[in-house]
Design a protein around this ligand. Sequence first.
Ligand code: OAD
Length: 242
Amino acid sequence: MNIENTFAEIRARIAQAKSITVLTGAGISADSGVPTFRGAEGLWKNFRPEELASPEAFERDPMLVWQWYNWRRELLATKSPNPGHHALAELEQRAKNFWLITQNVDGLHAAAGIQKLSEIHGNIWKVRCTSCRIVTDNHDVPIEILPYCPSCQGLLRPHIVWFGESLNPEDLRNSYDALQSCEILIIIGTSGAVYPAASFGSVAKDHGAYVIELNLDPTPNSDLVDVAIQGRAKDLVPRLLS
Ligand code: OAD
């Protein structure tokens, strides 16, 4: 089938679907200028996750961890949603049942207007008290290092799911509900290297969904999906959803 026919078939399926779930990773925000994690230009080329994104790292050196997250906040504060994020927000408006699961912590889906959203790895614009556990919005750029809880004076940490930590049970429940009930799953811009999100394609497939992958490159998911299309999210997503 040529690519135009493939696009036409996917558009028809999307128009008829009663439920659509979307899973995104760093690739959708790459077109907004946000660095991805893996690959030649990825963050994990220059930084070691275990030194910056783990509970042990925060215990050892909270100042270093906060400096890294402050650097990322400074970068993200200059970024905005791209046509890929906007096309998904429009899809949410017209789909009968819709859920978006993102591994991204940048807040760009919410900035584009998405409401039915699980940010399974947390959100860089939220902080959590290590003492009283309260989660609050915090958009300070730069953030005070070290930041402390206004209620109990406990040390604040980024509200991010670090390596070795469990995902929030409500996010997991909503994600699995959406994966097990959707007619279509669209996987956009994730390398499929981090679990449990790496297994979400097979979960949806096992429950009968038609699974589409949009990514710059082939990934471990490409073989199991019904259709894998290579290209930039900012071009492919609006083209498929228009
Ligand atoms: P990765 O950096 O592992 O993968 C990004 C994917 O996006 C790759 O498969 C690229 O081919 C693809 N890509 C890059 N640019 C693209 C573009 N313009 N359009 C479409 N695709 C593009 O990012 P994730 O899979 O999201 O964890 O990584 C998963 C988790 O690992 C992250 O959430 C993060 C990290 O450690 C936390 O922050 C907790």
